[in-house]
Write a protein that binds this ligand. Structure first.
Ligand SMILES: [Zn+2]
Length: 152
């Protein structure tokens, strides 16, 4: 059984950072080891794939419409390749607001992104890493940006 979608305010909290833990970080996995606590630091590979293939929000876990929002670092915007799955615009905005005071690398980022960037798009490609890629994680590549803004 996988977790049902949840309202943003019902997301579990990361006990260390005190922030809501989004769907893509693998909250309350029924198969997780006992004693596993929700963590906002790393992405859950299985959840990321589920978000991509089922077009569900990386924050709340519910189905996505259009536009889609991607949240990431300026580097990710520059490469047009994001690690965090697509989200509802409102979910992405709520997440970035909640993470405003966080000074640790979170949501699959290797470092603190500086300003979080928010882009919107109507569609994306899910790109799996090649064997020779240093970073073996899949990325989300928006096909055409509708908007790009500094989010926090
Ligand atoms: Zn959502």
């Amino acid at each position: 059984m996988d977790a049902a979608p949840r309202a943003f305010t019902d997301l579990p909290r990361d006990p260390e950072l005190g922030v809501p833990v989004p769907f893509a970080c693998g909250t309350e996995d029924a198969y997780a080891d006992p004693g596993t606590v929700p963590s906002a630091r790393e992405l859950d590979k299985r959840r990321v794939t589920q978000c991509a293939l089922s077009r569900i929000c990386g924050v709340c876990g519910a189905g996505l419409g259009r536009p889609l929002a991607f949240l990431g670092s300026p580097v990710e915007v520059g490469r047009n390749a994001f690690h965090f799955p697509p989200a509802h615009v409102a979910c992405a905005e709520a997440l970035v607001a909640a993470y405003a005071g966080v000074t640790a690398p979170v949501l699959g980022q290797d470092e603190v992104p500086g300003p979080w960037m928010l882009v919107t798009t109507a569609s994306f490609e899910f790109v799996r890493a090649n064997r020779e890629d240093l970073d073996r994680r899949p990325t989300f590549q928006p096909t055409a940006l509708l908007t790009e803004s500094r989010a926090g």
